[in-house]
Write a protein that binds this ligand. Structure first.
Ligand code: PEP
Length: 255
């Protein structure tokens, strides 16, 4: 059975002091929680070192929200996988729709980052998902398939065992509109089938595919109960300890 992975994408929210407060609140609420759920927090770069110190000895893992695809060099303003690993990150979110939309990241560029993350033993959480226009034009399957093939290009079987995919319909991110359980599960099944065709069913069955898009404490249990939804990438609801830990609790209940 696949484990559930709940990751909080803090985006550009919380300064250092607010990070300390939120991490401590999450820790407090998770105290004694002993279900098999992988919990990841992804604060902004400047808070990663502090967050890493605070989560030592807990079940919480650390992730970054982005990285560059070179390890060092003259790339002003960028941060590398090697640097993230060195400060205790285990995960990195790649290809989030906000990066695709505002920073024009392409599948090819995201693919370079995925390879570099894996080379540095970081688990990439790779995001894919269609816009509202694409869904309404009936091309969701095509768009998501192209994205999955693009971001996974050149990866080995061994690499696929080390990644997490996140299906995040763009129209559901930060909008309060969630995909229905059926809509989400249908795309998760499509992704799993595609990975089976590209690699094998054995590998596809092990692949963690998170859902993201307005997940909250009210809808988490239903979404996480779907056959092919293996966790959640949470934006807005991860910024409050109560809602984030409720979602983790829902994942624990589903098992
Ligand atoms: C996200 O940013 O990945 C996300 C899913 O945001 P929200 O939960 O706010 O829709």
């Amino acid at each position: 059975m696949r484990r559930k992975v709940i990751a909080g994408n803090w985006k550009m929210n919380k300064d250092i002091q607010e990070t300390v407060t939120l991490v401590n609140e999450i820790k407090e609420r998770l105290n004694g929680f002993n279900k098999n759920v992988e919990v990841v927090i992804c604060p902004p770069f400047v808070s990663l070192v502090v967050a890493c110190g605070l989560i030592k000895g807990t079940m919480i893992k650390l992730g970054a929200q982005n990285m560059y695809h070179q390890n060092d060099g003259a790339f002003t303003g960028e941060v590398s996988a090697r640097m993230l690993k060195a400060i205790g990150c285990e995960y990195v979110i790649l290809g989030h729709s906000e990066r695709r939309q505002y920073f024009k990241e392409t599948n090819e560029f995201i693919n370079l980052k995925v390879k570099q993350a894996l080379a540095n033993n970081l688990t990439p959480i790779i995001c894919v998902g269609e816009t509202l226009e694409e869904r309404e034009s009936g091309v969701t399957d095509q768009i998501v398939s192209t994205q999955v093939k693009g971001v996974l290009a050149g990866l080995t079987q061994n690499d696929i065992e080390k990644i997490v995919l996140a299906y995040e319909p763009v129209w559901a991110i930060g909008t309060g509109k969630t995909a229905t359980n059926e809509q989400a599960n249908q795309v998760h099944k499509l992704i799993r089938k595609l990975v089976a065709q590209l690699y094998s069913w054995a590998l596809a069955e092990k692949l963690i595919i998170q859902y993201g898009g307005s997940v909250n404490q009210q809808n988490a249990f239903e979404l996480l109960s779907q056959s092919d939804i293996d966790g959640a990438l949470v934006g807005g609801a991860c910024l409050k300890a109560d809602s984030f830990v409720s979602i983790i609790g829902a994942a624990g209940e589903v098992g």
